[in-house]
Design a protein around this ligand. Structure first.
Ligand SMILES: [Fe+2]
Ligand SMILES: [Fe+2]
Length: 281
């Protein structure tokens, strides 16, 4: 059995500080083999820098996925080609810097990670994600049955459609981008773990990780305002997935909603997260 932790969009300094602080502890708590985070908002809420990428990898993150904010920090266009563990969506046109897939060795099995972006209500509108996934899957499945997909998109319908499209072909499909965790974690009929959105790693007293008041004012007045990253209590949200590394089928998925600061108590055993409400197959 191979256990993967996925954490949703990391928002700014509060989000990345919390991820870096808690990852060693979470690794033990969940008996992790592999950790994937979405870092598209890690730099002040907009994009990710080379330095932040390195900080997250040094903290124990295996792969960083992103999304529509990937290019927000100008150094990233030159940096992304130097660090294959930082992914951008696969459905950018040919010739785009960086890559949307990676296969990494672990002691138990090779693990493939894919990052894809939806098109409904998303900018820029990229190539068809279904066809882009189809084009890479055969090549990945020739290398390993353990495949994790971050599907970055706004609508539940498109993310569920991608989950169903990939059911039985990959181990897990987890959504990002809305910053709001959904409660639909399940193992699909073909054996693929699915969650429509992982939620974010960022300040709770916020609107998607940004300070409340400026965003409310923006909606009220339609005037331009800046959206600073919020402060205060941070939660880390995502999912932990157990996978049969021989078949690639998901065994269990459970949502993760963890404090941003180290826990004072032991936090229980690795199996505690999979209580009777968790989906089992
Ligand atoms: Fe996004
Ligand atoms: Fe985001």
């Amino acid at each position: 059995m191979l256990t993967i932790l996925f954490l949703g969009d990391i928002v700014g300094e509060p989000g990345r500080t919390a991820v870096i602080a808690r990852l060693p502890e979470l690794r033990e708590k969940f008996a992790l083999d592999f950790a994937v985070v979405n870092g598209e908002n890690a730099a002040g809420g907009r994009g990710i820098t080379g330095k932040i990428t390195i900080d997250l990898l040094r903290a124990g993150v295996s792969v960083i996925t992103t999304g529509d904010h990937i290019w927000d920090q100008k150094d990233i266009v030159g940096f992304i080609g130097t660090e294959p563990r930082l992914l951008r969506p696969i459905n950018y046109p040919p010739g785009t810097p960086g890559q949307g897939t990676i296969v990494l060795e672990t002691p138990k099995a090779k693990v493939a990670v894919v990052n894809v972006q939806c098109r409904t209500f998303m900018q820029p509108i990229l190539e068809n994600p279904f066809r882009a996934l189809d084009a890479v899957l055969w090549e990945l499945r020739a290398q390993t049955p353990v495949i994790f997909v971050d599907v970055h998109g706004e609508t539940t319908s498109e993310k569920i459609a991608i989950g169903r499209f990939l059911d039985g072909k990959v181990s897990a499909v987890i959504g990002t981008h809305t910053h709001v965790q959904t409660a639909d974690e399940q193992i699909l009929p073909g054996g693929t773990a699915f969650l429509c959105d992982a939620g974010m790693c960022g300040p709770v007293n916020s609107i998607l990780g940004r300070s409340v008041e400026p965003i409310v004012q923006r909606f009220v007045t339609n005037l331009p305002v800046t959206f600073p990253v919020a402060s205060g209590e941070v939660r880390l949200r995502g999912a932990v997935i157990q996978i049969d590394e021989t078949s690639g089928r998901a065994l269990q998925i459970a949502r993760v909603d963890e404090a941003g600061s180290p826990e004072r108590t032991s936090g229980g055993t690795p199996s505690d997260v999979f209580n009777e409400e968790a989906q089992t197959r």
